[in-house]
Design a protein around this ligand. Structure first.
Ligand SMILES: [Zn+2]
Length: 398
Protein backbone atom coordinates (compact mmCIF):
# COMPACT_ATOMS: atom_id res chain seq x y z
CA UNK A 1 0.00 0.00 0.00
CA UNK A 2 1.38 3.39 -0.89
CA UNK A 3 1.24 6.44 -3.13
CA UNK A 4 2.85 6.96 -6.53
CA UNK A 5 3.45 10.42 -7.99
CA UNK A 6 4.68 11.49 -11.44
CA UNK A 7 5.46 14.82 -13.07
CA UNK A 8 7.30 16.59 -15.85
CA UNK A 9 7.36 14.03 -18.63
CA UNK A 10 6.03 16.37 -21.33
CA UNK A 11 8.46 15.81 -24.15
CA UNK A 12 9.28 15.30 -27.77
CA UNK A 13 8.40 11.64 -27.80
CA UNK A 14 5.93 11.24 -24.95
CA UNK A 15 3.90 14.40 -25.28
CA UNK A 16 1.97 14.65 -22.07
CA UNK A 17 2.41 13.49 -18.51
CA UNK A 18 -1.24 12.35 -18.32
CA UNK A 19 -0.69 10.01 -21.26
CA UNK A 20 2.52 8.55 -19.80
CA UNK A 21 0.75 8.04 -16.47
CA UNK A 22 -2.19 6.34 -18.20
CA UNK A 23 0.19 3.87 -19.85
CA UNK A 24 2.02 3.31 -16.57
CA UNK A 25 -1.26 2.46 -14.82
CA UNK A 26 -2.30 0.15 -17.67
CA UNK A 27 0.97 -1.75 -17.39
CA UNK A 28 1.06 -2.28 -13.63
CA UNK A 29 1.59 -5.88 -12.47
CA UNK A 30 -1.52 -8.03 -12.35
CA UNK A 31 -3.17 -7.87 -8.96
CA UNK A 32 -2.28 -4.23 -8.29
CA UNK A 33 -5.34 -2.49 -6.89
CA UNK A 34 -5.40 1.02 -8.43
CA UNK A 35 -7.02 3.86 -6.48
CA UNK A 36 -8.52 7.02 -7.94
CA UNK A 37 -5.89 8.78 -10.11
CA UNK A 38 -5.50 12.48 -9.39
CA UNK A 39 -4.39 15.40 -11.53
CA UNK A 40 -3.05 18.42 -9.67
CA UNK A 41 -2.43 21.92 -10.97
CA UNK A 42 0.34 23.79 -9.20
CA UNK A 43 1.60 27.35 -8.77
CA UNK A 44 1.26 28.96 -12.19
CA UNK A 45 4.47 31.01 -11.89
CA UNK A 46 6.75 28.02 -11.30
CA UNK A 47 9.84 28.75 -13.37
CA UNK A 48 10.30 25.23 -14.59
CA UNK A 49 6.92 24.11 -15.64
CA UNK A 50 5.36 21.77 -18.07
CA UNK A 51 2.70 23.09 -20.39
CA UNK A 52 -0.26 22.74 -18.10
CA UNK A 53 1.70 22.57 -14.88
CA UNK A 54 -0.15 19.39 -13.91
CA UNK A 55 1.21 16.61 -11.73
CA UNK A 56 -0.27 13.15 -11.17
CA UNK A 57 -0.64 10.69 -8.33
CA UNK A 58 -2.48 7.51 -7.40
CA UNK A 59 -2.80 5.21 -4.41
CA UNK A 60 -1.70 1.64 -5.18
CA UNK A 61 -2.43 -1.40 -3.06
CA UNK A 62 -0.33 -4.54 -3.53
CA UNK A 63 0.54 -7.55 -1.42
CA UNK A 64 4.21 -7.33 -2.35
CA UNK A 65 5.49 -3.73 -2.36
CA UNK A 66 9.09 -4.76 -3.10
CA UNK A 67 8.20 -6.38 -6.40
CA UNK A 68 5.97 -3.43 -7.32
CA UNK A 69 8.95 -1.11 -6.76
CA UNK A 70 11.13 -3.40 -8.92
CA UNK A 71 8.51 -3.16 -11.64
CA UNK A 72 8.40 0.65 -11.31
CA UNK A 73 12.20 0.74 -11.52
CA UNK A 74 12.15 -1.13 -14.81
CA UNK A 75 9.23 0.91 -16.16
CA UNK A 76 11.04 4.13 -15.25
CA UNK A 77 14.21 3.07 -17.02
CA UNK A 78 12.58 1.88 -20.23
CA UNK A 79 9.66 4.31 -20.59
CA UNK A 80 10.33 7.55 -18.72
CA UNK A 81 14.09 8.01 -18.58
CA UNK A 82 14.32 8.29 -22.39
CA UNK A 83 12.02 11.36 -22.17
CA UNK A 84 14.44 13.35 -20.01
CA UNK A 85 15.89 16.42 -21.67
CA UNK A 86 13.34 16.57 -24.47
CA UNK A 87 11.30 19.64 -25.24
CA UNK A 88 7.85 19.57 -26.77
CA UNK A 89 8.23 21.32 -30.16
CA UNK A 90 6.07 23.93 -31.86
CA UNK A 91 3.67 24.57 -29.03
CA UNK A 92 1.52 27.47 -30.17
CA UNK A 93 2.22 29.38 -27.01
CA UNK A 94 5.40 31.36 -27.03
CA UNK A 95 6.06 30.67 -23.36
CA UNK A 96 9.53 29.29 -22.85
CA UNK A 97 9.57 25.65 -21.84
CA UNK A 98 12.18 23.82 -19.88
CA UNK A 99 13.52 20.48 -21.06
CA UNK A 100 11.65 17.63 -19.41
CA UNK A 101 13.14 16.55 -16.11
CA UNK A 102 10.80 13.73 -15.18
CA UNK A 103 10.37 12.78 -11.56
CA UNK A 104 8.58 9.88 -9.90
CA UNK A 105 8.06 9.28 -6.18
CA UNK A 106 6.79 6.46 -4.00
CA UNK A 107 5.49 7.07 -0.49
CA UNK A 108 4.66 4.13 1.79
CA UNK A 109 2.61 6.65 3.79
CA UNK A 110 0.82 9.68 2.39
CA UNK A 111 2.70 12.81 3.56
CA UNK A 112 0.76 15.60 5.25
CA UNK A 113 -0.69 18.34 3.09
CA UNK A 114 1.76 21.14 3.94
CA UNK A 115 3.92 20.56 0.86
CA UNK A 116 0.86 20.70 -1.40
CA UNK A 117 -0.24 24.06 0.01
CA UNK A 118 3.27 25.46 -0.44
CA UNK A 119 3.50 24.16 -4.03
CA UNK A 120 0.09 25.46 -5.15
CA UNK A 121 0.64 28.92 -3.67
CA UNK A 122 4.29 29.67 -4.23
CA UNK A 123 7.82 28.76 -5.17
CA UNK A 124 9.03 25.55 -3.52
CA UNK A 125 12.31 25.16 -5.40
CA UNK A 126 14.26 25.80 -2.22
CA UNK A 127 12.01 23.83 0.15
CA UNK A 128 12.96 20.31 1.26
CA UNK A 129 10.77 17.65 -0.36
CA UNK A 130 8.71 15.44 1.91
CA UNK A 131 10.81 12.32 2.47
CA UNK A 132 9.71 9.76 -0.12
CA UNK A 133 10.28 6.04 0.35
CA UNK A 134 11.70 5.91 -3.19
CA UNK A 135 12.49 8.66 -5.67
CA UNK A 136 13.39 8.55 -9.35
CA UNK A 137 14.65 11.37 -11.55
CA UNK A 138 14.88 15.09 -11.20
CA UNK A 139 12.85 18.22 -10.94
CA UNK A 140 9.56 16.43 -11.55
CA UNK A 141 9.78 14.98 -8.02
CA UNK A 142 8.55 18.37 -6.74
CA UNK A 143 5.19 18.25 -8.52
CA UNK A 144 4.92 14.48 -8.03
CA UNK A 145 5.31 14.89 -4.25
CA UNK A 146 2.81 17.76 -4.18
CA UNK A 147 0.27 15.62 -6.06
CA UNK A 148 0.64 12.84 -3.48
CA UNK A 149 0.34 15.36 -0.63
CA UNK A 150 -2.88 16.93 -1.99
CA UNK A 151 -5.57 16.69 0.73
CA UNK A 152 -8.43 16.80 -1.83
CA UNK A 153 -10.56 19.23 0.13
CA UNK A 154 -12.18 20.91 -2.88
CA UNK A 155 -12.35 18.52 -5.82
CA UNK A 156 -13.62 18.44 -9.37
CA UNK A 157 -13.18 15.72 -12.00
CA UNK A 158 -11.74 15.56 -15.49
CA UNK A 159 -12.10 12.72 -17.97
CA UNK A 160 -9.23 12.81 -20.47
CA UNK A 161 -9.16 10.93 -23.78
CA UNK A 162 -5.91 10.53 -25.74
CA UNK A 163 -5.43 10.43 -29.50
CA UNK A 164 -4.13 7.32 -31.19
CA UNK A 165 -0.37 7.31 -31.60
CA UNK A 166 0.74 9.16 -34.70
CA UNK A 167 -2.45 11.24 -34.87
CA UNK A 168 -1.76 14.89 -35.45
CA UNK A 169 -3.41 17.77 -37.20
CA UNK A 170 -6.91 19.02 -36.40
CA UNK A 171 -8.81 17.11 -33.72
CA UNK A 172 -12.19 15.58 -34.54
CA UNK A 173 -14.68 15.88 -31.68
CA UNK A 174 -18.35 15.39 -32.56
CA UNK A 175 -20.03 18.80 -32.34
CA UNK A 176 -23.59 17.63 -31.75
CA UNK A 177 -22.47 15.20 -29.04
CA UNK A 178 -20.54 18.05 -27.47
CA UNK A 179 -23.77 20.08 -27.35
CA UNK A 180 -25.42 17.24 -25.45
CA UNK A 181 -22.48 16.98 -23.05
CA UNK A 182 -22.45 20.76 -22.59
CA UNK A 183 -26.08 20.52 -21.50
CA UNK A 184 -25.38 18.02 -18.71
CA UNK A 185 -25.94 19.76 -15.40
CA UNK A 186 -22.77 18.56 -13.70
CA UNK A 187 -20.43 19.04 -16.65
CA UNK A 188 -18.64 22.39 -16.58
CA UNK A 189 -16.52 24.62 -18.82
CA UNK A 190 -17.30 22.79 -22.10
CA UNK A 191 -17.92 25.92 -24.07
CA UNK A 192 -17.30 29.61 -23.77
CA UNK A 193 -20.89 30.76 -23.21
CA UNK A 194 -20.28 34.07 -24.97
CA UNK A 195 -18.74 32.87 -28.22
CA UNK A 196 -19.83 29.23 -28.20
CA UNK A 197 -16.23 28.17 -28.75
CA UNK A 198 -15.50 24.68 -27.43
CA UNK A 199 -13.06 24.46 -24.54
CA UNK A 200 -12.57 20.67 -24.31
CA UNK A 201 -9.83 20.11 -26.89
CA UNK A 202 -6.36 21.56 -26.27
CA UNK A 203 -4.74 23.77 -28.85
CA UNK A 204 -1.31 22.92 -30.17
CA UNK A 205 0.73 19.76 -29.98
CA UNK A 206 -0.57 17.28 -27.41
CA UNK A 207 -1.72 13.68 -27.38
CA UNK A 208 -4.83 14.79 -25.49
CA UNK A 209 -7.94 14.68 -27.68
CA UNK A 210 -10.21 16.30 -25.11
CA UNK A 211 -10.86 16.73 -21.40
CA UNK A 212 -14.36 16.81 -19.91
CA UNK A 213 -14.47 18.68 -16.61
CA UNK A 214 -17.27 17.92 -14.21
CA UNK A 215 -18.48 18.17 -10.63
CA UNK A 216 -18.76 14.40 -10.20
CA UNK A 217 -16.86 11.35 -11.38
CA UNK A 218 -20.05 9.92 -12.84
CA UNK A 219 -20.84 12.93 -15.00
CA UNK A 220 -17.21 13.18 -16.19
CA UNK A 221 -17.34 9.53 -17.34
CA UNK A 222 -20.77 9.93 -18.87
CA UNK A 223 -19.74 13.06 -20.79
CA UNK A 224 -16.55 11.40 -21.99
CA UNK A 225 -18.34 8.27 -23.21
CA UNK A 226 -20.98 10.37 -24.98
CA UNK A 227 -18.24 12.04 -27.02
CA UNK A 228 -16.30 8.82 -27.63
CA UNK A 229 -19.35 6.96 -28.92
CA UNK A 230 -20.35 9.76 -31.28
CA UNK A 231 -19.74 9.26 -34.99
CA UNK A 232 -17.82 12.48 -35.51
CA UNK A 233 -15.23 11.80 -32.81
CA UNK A 234 -11.93 10.30 -33.95
CA UNK A 235 -10.71 6.94 -32.58
CA UNK A 236 -8.77 7.24 -29.32
CA UNK A 237 -5.99 5.40 -27.51
CA UNK A 238 -7.96 5.32 -24.25
CA UNK A 239 -9.46 7.51 -21.56
CA UNK A 240 -9.42 7.89 -17.81
CA UNK A 241 -11.07 10.02 -15.14
CA UNK A 242 -8.93 12.07 -12.76
CA UNK A 243 -9.87 13.65 -9.47
CA UNK A 244 -8.46 17.19 -9.63
CA UNK A 245 -7.87 20.42 -7.74
CA UNK A 246 -9.04 22.39 -10.78
CA UNK A 247 -11.52 25.15 -9.92
CA UNK A 248 -10.67 24.68 -6.23
CA UNK A 249 -9.33 28.19 -5.71
CA UNK A 250 -6.58 26.57 -3.63
CA UNK A 251 -3.95 28.89 -5.12
CA UNK A 252 -5.48 32.06 -3.66
CA UNK A 253 -5.28 33.20 -0.10
CA UNK A 254 -7.03 36.23 1.25
CA UNK A 255 -8.30 39.48 -0.16
CA UNK A 256 -6.23 42.64 -0.54
CA UNK A 257 -8.16 45.86 0.19
CA UNK A 258 -6.76 49.11 -1.10
CA UNK A 259 -7.27 52.64 -2.34
CA UNK A 260 -6.22 53.35 -5.90
CA UNK A 261 -3.41 55.86 -6.23
CA UNK A 262 -2.57 55.53 -9.90
CA UNK A 263 -4.01 53.75 -12.95
CA UNK A 264 -1.68 53.06 -15.90
CA UNK A 265 -3.15 51.51 -19.03
CA UNK A 266 -1.00 50.00 -21.77
CA UNK A 267 -2.40 51.86 -24.80
CA UNK A 268 -1.90 48.93 -27.16
CA UNK A 269 -2.52 45.76 -25.17
CA UNK A 270 -4.88 47.27 -22.55
CA UNK A 271 -3.08 45.68 -19.62
CA UNK A 272 -3.63 47.75 -16.46
CA UNK A 273 -1.18 48.45 -13.66
CA UNK A 274 -2.83 49.75 -10.50
CA UNK A 275 -0.70 51.36 -7.82
CA UNK A 276 -2.49 51.32 -4.49
CA UNK A 277 -1.81 53.63 -1.56
CA UNK A 278 1.03 52.02 0.34
CA UNK A 279 2.62 51.19 -3.04
CA UNK A 280 1.18 47.71 -3.63
CA UNK A 281 1.15 47.03 -7.38
CA UNK A 282 -1.73 45.12 -8.96
CA UNK A 283 -1.57 43.93 -12.57
CA UNK A 284 -4.79 43.28 -14.47
CA UNK A 285 -4.15 41.73 -17.86
CA UNK A 286 -6.37 42.15 -20.90
CA UNK A 287 -7.12 38.41 -20.75
CA UNK A 288 -8.96 39.15 -17.49
CA UNK A 289 -11.89 40.48 -19.56
CA UNK A 290 -14.38 42.00 -17.12
CA UNK A 291 -11.69 42.36 -14.41
CA UNK A 292 -9.60 44.36 -16.87
CA UNK A 293 -12.63 46.47 -17.88
CA UNK A 294 -13.29 47.31 -14.23
CA UNK A 295 -9.61 48.18 -13.70
CA UNK A 296 -9.63 50.53 -16.70
CA UNK A 297 -12.66 52.33 -15.25
CA UNK A 298 -11.00 52.98 -11.88
CA UNK A 299 -9.78 56.42 -10.81
CA UNK A 300 -7.39 57.51 -8.05
CA UNK A 301 -9.28 57.51 -4.75
CA UNK A 302 -11.54 54.55 -5.58
CA UNK A 303 -11.40 51.75 -3.03
CA UNK A 304 -11.22 48.17 -4.22
CA UNK A 305 -10.74 44.63 -3.04
CA UNK A 306 -8.69 42.23 -5.11
CA UNK A 307 -7.71 38.57 -5.04
CA UNK A 308 -4.85 37.14 -7.04
CA UNK A 309 -1.45 35.53 -7.08
CA UNK A 310 1.72 37.20 -5.95
CA UNK A 311 4.16 37.20 -8.88
CA UNK A 312 7.87 36.75 -8.09
CA UNK A 313 8.37 40.42 -9.09
CA UNK A 314 6.22 41.42 -6.09
CA UNK A 315 3.12 42.51 -8.01
CA UNK A 316 -0.27 40.92 -7.45
CA UNK A 317 -1.79 39.45 -10.62
CA UNK A 318 -5.50 40.11 -10.17
CA UNK A 319 -7.98 37.28 -10.77
CA UNK A 320 -11.03 38.69 -8.99
CA UNK A 321 -11.81 42.28 -8.08
CA UNK A 322 -14.59 44.52 -6.86
CA UNK A 323 -15.01 48.25 -6.47
CA UNK A 324 -16.16 49.11 -2.95
CA UNK A 325 -16.45 52.86 -3.27
CA UNK A 326 -15.90 55.15 -6.24
CA UNK A 327 -14.89 58.80 -6.18
CA UNK A 328 -16.98 61.34 -8.03
CA UNK A 329 -16.55 61.18 -11.81
CA UNK A 330 -18.60 64.27 -12.67
CA UNK A 331 -20.91 66.96 -11.27
CA UNK A 332 -24.11 68.45 -12.62
CA UNK A 333 -26.67 71.12 -11.68
CA UNK A 334 -29.28 70.10 -9.09
CA UNK A 335 -32.87 69.25 -9.93
CA UNK A 336 -35.58 71.83 -9.29
CA UNK A 337 -37.09 71.26 -5.86
CA UNK A 338 -40.53 72.29 -7.13
CA UNK A 339 -40.93 70.52 -10.47
CA UNK A 340 -37.91 68.21 -10.77
CA UNK A 341 -36.39 69.61 -13.94
CA UNK A 342 -32.65 70.11 -14.18
CA UNK A 343 -31.68 73.65 -13.10
CA UNK A 344 -29.61 75.81 -15.46
CA UNK A 345 -26.88 78.33 -14.75
CA UNK A 346 -27.78 82.02 -15.04
CA UNK A 347 -24.15 82.95 -15.67
CA UNK A 348 -21.11 83.33 -13.46
CA UNK A 349 -22.11 83.84 -9.80
CA UNK A 350 -25.75 84.48 -10.69
CA UNK A 351 -27.28 81.32 -9.37
CA UNK A 352 -29.33 78.69 -11.18
CA UNK A 353 -32.85 78.77 -12.51
CA UNK A 354 -35.41 76.13 -13.41
CA UNK A 355 -36.22 76.24 -17.14
CA UNK A 356 -39.78 75.09 -16.33
CA UNK A 357 -41.15 76.94 -13.29
CA UNK A 358 -38.38 79.58 -13.23
CA UNK A 359 -37.56 78.89 -9.58
CA UNK A 360 -34.19 80.41 -8.74
CA UNK A 361 -31.68 79.22 -6.21
CA UNK A 362 -28.07 80.01 -5.44
CA UNK A 363 -25.30 78.47 -7.53
CA UNK A 364 -24.96 74.75 -6.86
CA UNK A 365 -23.49 71.49 -8.16
CA UNK A 366 -24.34 67.90 -7.23
CA UNK A 367 -22.26 64.76 -7.75
CA UNK A 368 -23.23 62.42 -10.56
CA UNK A 369 -23.41 58.96 -8.96
CA UNK A 370 -20.36 56.90 -9.95
CA UNK A 371 -21.58 53.45 -10.80
CA UNK A 372 -18.89 50.83 -11.51
CA UNK A 373 -19.45 48.84 -14.71
CA UNK A 374 -19.87 45.75 -12.52
CA UNK A 375 -21.70 45.37 -9.26
CA UNK A 376 -19.76 43.20 -6.81
CA UNK A 377 -16.96 40.78 -7.59
CA UNK A 378 -15.91 40.16 -11.18
CA UNK A 379 -13.82 37.36 -12.69
CA UNK A 380 -12.42 36.60 -16.17
CA UNK A 381 -14.63 34.91 -18.73
CA UNK A 382 -14.41 31.13 -18.64
CA UNK A 383 -11.75 30.92 -21.38
CA UNK A 384 -9.55 33.45 -19.58
CA UNK A 385 -9.40 31.74 -16.20
CA UNK A 386 -6.66 29.64 -14.69
CA UNK A 387 -7.26 25.92 -14.25
CA UNK A 388 -7.25 26.55 -10.50
CA UNK A 389 -9.70 29.45 -10.55
CA UNK A 390 -12.89 28.83 -8.62
CA UNK A 391 -15.89 30.46 -10.31
CA UNK A 392 -17.51 33.19 -8.20
CA UNK A 393 -20.89 31.54 -8.69
CA UNK A 394 -19.65 28.51 -6.73
CA UNK A 395 -19.64 30.77 -3.65
CA UNK A 396 -17.20 29.82 -0.87
CA UNK A 397 -14.39 32.28 -1.39
CA UNK A 398 -10.83 32.06 -0.08
ZN1 LIG B 1 -39.02 73.90 -11.59
Amino acid sequence: MGWLGLDDTDSLSGGCTTEVFHRLLNELPTGTRVGQPRLIRLWPFAQRRTRGNAALAVELDVDDTASLLDHLDRWWTSNILPLAGSVQPSDISSRKQSPASPGMVWFDEKPDSSFYWAAVRGDVTDLPLPPASRRWGGHGCIGASAAVAWPAMEVTWEAIAWRQSGANGPRSVDESALNIVDGLSEVVFCRDPRRGKQLVAPRGVSPVLFGIRALTLKSASHGCLTLLEAEGTEATAGWRVFETNQASGDHLQGTLPGTVEKVSIDPVRKHVTLTLQGKAVVKVFAEGGPVNALARWLKPGDTIEVRGLRHPDGSLHAEQMRCMDAVTRAVERPQCSACGRRMKSMGANQGVRCPGCKLRTEDAWVDVPSTPPYDGWVEPNVDGRRHLARPLSWSKTP
